[in-house]
Structure formats: C-alpha cells, structure tokens
Design a binder for this molecule. Structure first.
Ligand code: C2O
Ligand code: CU
Ligand code: CU
Length: 430
C-alpha cells in the first residue's frame, strides 16, 4: 500500500516448468511463478494499481474479468504488452464483494495463453461481506477452487482439439489450483468453495456423489440475495459460483462434475464433453470439526439493473462464424451504448453447439431464459452466462462508464477457441 492509500500489485508473466506429476517437468506459463498466479484481493472503494510485466517472448495482455473499470484499464486486445514491457493500469474498486479473476486476452491467442497457465483470482471485499457470518478464512474454510481440464502429451500440456470437438480443447482429467488429484484437509463444519471454471472450453456441473444439497451464496459478480439450496451448479468457461457445503467429522467428500442433459444433443454430449464426469476435489474432514455459525437467511441486496429501467434493446445471435453474422474486427465498433443507461440484450443460440456470453465492465441481471424466470443459480450478478443450443436469454445491463468513445470493451463467447476464431464484438460507452 502506497502513501496515498493505493494498493499496488506486481504481476510478471513468465515461462517456466511445472512438476504436475512426479519427476516430469512440463513447460508452462504463470504469473510470478511457473503456473497460474497469486490471488489478488482488494476492498470496495480502494484504489488499486497493478504493475504487469511481460517476461514472455511474445506479446500478451491481462484482463480483469468481471471488474468495472475504464476501458483503457480493461486489459483486452487493445492493451497489449510487448515482450519486456510493463503496463500499469489503475482504477478505483467500485463494486460489491465478489470472486473475479484475471487472464490474458490477446486477439486470436487467448486460448493458448490461458491453457499454458496464465490465470488467477481477484477477490473483492466490502463492509457488508465482512459482517456476514459466512466462512471467510482464506485457505481454511474459504477455499479458492480454480478448475481446469488438461491432457498430457508426454511431458507437454496438450492443446489439440479432437476432430469432433467443435467447442475447443477438452482435457481428459481436471486440476484444482494447478494440482492433479487434489485434496484438502478441512477443520470446519461449513466450507465455502469459490469455484472458478478457468477451463478454455469445458462446462462443468458441480455437485457431490451423495447428492447432498449445498448453498449457493454468490455468482460471478457478488453475493446472492439469500442462500439457495441445490445439488448441482453448472459453470461454463469464465463463470464463478460461491457455494457452502456442510461436512461431517471424519468423512471424505468428493466434489465431482456430472453429465449435463441440457448441454446439447446426444452427439454433442458424447463428443463435446457434456456426458463426461470428473472427480474434482476431495475434502477430508478432520475427526473433530470446529462448529460453524449457521448461514444467514438473507445475504445482500444484489446490485443488478432492472429490466423496467431499460431504454433500448439489442440482439446478439451466436454463431461459430461470429456474433450477428460478423467475425471480430479490431477496427470496427459494433455497438455504442450511452453512459448511465440500462439496456436489455437478447442472446440467442440456434447454432447446434454450446456457447456462452461474456460482457466486459458490467454485472448484468439474467431476466429471462426461454421466456421463463431464471433458475436460482442465474439470479445474482453475472458477467458470463451459459447459452446452450436452443436458448434465448434476456439480460439487463447498466453501463455506468466512464465515457470513452475511442476504446472499446469486448463481448464474446468465453469458449476461448470460439473467441479466438472471431465470436467477439466491441462496444464503446459514450
Ligand atoms: Cu474472461 Cu473477455 O474475458
Ligand atoms: Cu472479461
Ligand atoms: Cu462459443
């Protein structure tokens, strides 16, 4: 922390080697290490500055996924950092407590850079979240769970797509926080898991083999209005969920990803990953557990816009070839929105394969899914949402600026192979 109260972080993108398996060194990339990056953490209202050094041999960028900030600080494909250069974005945190993340965003190269290990969490806190009796001891009863699927090709991380895999690269096993076959000893009755799907293409449906209920307490951009009990939570690439699960003394509980019947047709489920299942993270409960306070009935008032405030609508048709029939063009502004207004965006996928939809700078409300009210997992603040084939979804978004007619934010499919191949567009706030 500097004299004026600015919280300063240093990140260095670098190449290295990681020993995922005993005695096998795998070439990887990471921030300040060989794989993934440190968890950054800041308070609402705090000024932050990040010195991002590029120690790689190619240009990249670092995007603050889920963060509300000026477009010039966003770290998208227009804020490239040359090899050897440093980029120092700064902004004031002005949004609720949330589980955000950061990752590179070079146009056409995002999948390759993320898959090699460039990703990390960026947690935000605020006064309300500090007062709530939720598990909040980081690494003790409040665990970061960064999920990625991988495949090894000898000592290398594989990155090739199978012939049938139109969603992008799919691995044959998963890691949590860069660790294969992960487990965690826990000493508390209630454990909060901050789930991030940091995979490049794979969608998961998290739950437990005994179908025990857990409480969803937060979505991408913040805490929920109240805990919602469920037994599965589906996360497509880029999405987050905070869940609280109860464990019994001495038991071993496996967080697992299950097959997903909403993923697509039988072909897509079989070859596109929808039928796969993975053991993701084992919780090993101690013989004696510390009692945890019960979850409060009410959490926060989520800060998401309302459909009634909307002054205009836009439509986005998701196709592999591009959004609204156009592939991404760095020199073209696709949409211009007015600072301080709310809009309703209708997202439609009739493309025969799963996509998702992510919008930079905002946390939106899911208003409707195929004409119905959204399920509990889509009721909180969201910046990324799964849009399987056959889905039409209405989102309410509020653009609070600041205005910058020259620097666009992105919206895109967060299946990174699709994004790289052109499923992305640009908007400016004026
Ligand atoms: Cu997580 Cu435009 O990205
Ligand atoms: Cu983003
Ligand atoms: Cu897609």
């Amino acid at each position: 922390v500097e004299k004026d109260g600015t919280r300063v972080f240093e990140l260095r993108m670098q190449a290295g080697e990681t020993e995922f398996r005993d005695g096998v060194k795998t070439p990887t990339w990471g921030f300040n290490g060989s794989y993934l990056g440190p968890t950054l953490r800041a308070q609402r209202g705090e000024k932050v500055r990040v010195r991002v050094a590029n120690g790689l041999e190619e240009a990249s960028s670092v995007h603050w996924h889920g963060m509300h900030l000026p477009a010039r600080m966003d770290g998208g494909p227009h804020q490239m950092i040359a090899p050897g250069a440093t980029w120092t974005p700064h902004w004031t945190v002005d949004q609720p407590a949330a589980t955000l993340w950061y990752h590179p965003h070079p146009h056409g190269r995002t999948e390759a850079h993320v898959r090699r290990g460039l990703a990390g969490l960026f947690l935000l806190d605020d006064e309300k979240s500090a007062r709530l009796p939720l598990p909040k001891r980081y690494g003790v009863d409040d665990l970061p769970v960064v999920v990625q699927d991988v495949r090894f090709d000898g000592s290398q991380l594989a990155g090739d797509r199978g012939l049938m895999q139109n969603v992008g690269f799919l691995g044959d096993r998963t890691m949590v926080n860069g660790t294969l076959r992960p487990y965690r000893q826990v000493h508390d009755e209630l454990i909060r898991l901050r789930l991030l799907n940091a995979s490049t293409a794979r969608t998961y449906a998290f739950g437990f083999p005994d179908d025990r209920g857990f409480s969803l307490v937060g979505t991408d951009g913040g805490l929920s209005a109240r805990p919602a009990v469920m037994d599965r939570v589906q996360l497509s690439p880029g999405e987050r969920a905070e869940i609280v699960v109860r464990v019994e003394a001495g038991e071993r509980v496996m967080l697992r990803s299950f097959p997903q019947d909403n993923y697509g047709d039988a072909w897509q489920r079989r070859f596109g990953g929808g039928d796969d299942s993975f053991d993701v993270l084992e919780l090993r409960a101690a013989e004696r557990l510390r009692p945890s306070p019960g979850l409060p009935a009410e959490l926060v008032e989520p800060e998401v816009p309302r459909e009634e405030e909307a002054v205009r609508g836009r439509h986005f048709d998701l196709k592999r070839s591009g959004i609204n029939g156009r592939a991404m063009d760095m020199g073209r502004i696709d949409e211009t929105v007015t600072r301080g207004t709310t809009e309703v965006w209708t997202i439609r996928n009739t493309n025969g394969m799963p996509h998702n939809f992510h919008v930079h700078d905002v946390q939106f409300r899911v208003v409707e899914v195929n004409g119905a009210a959204p399920p509990p997992a889509l009721r909180g603040p969201k910046d990324t949402v799964f849009v399987p084939h056959g889905t039409t979804m209405k989102l309410a978004l509020r653009f609070t600026g600041p205005a910058d007619p020259d620097t666009p934010y992105m919206y895109h499919c967060h299946l990174l192979y699709h994004e790289d191949e052109g499923m992305m567009g640009q908007f400016v706030v004026v």
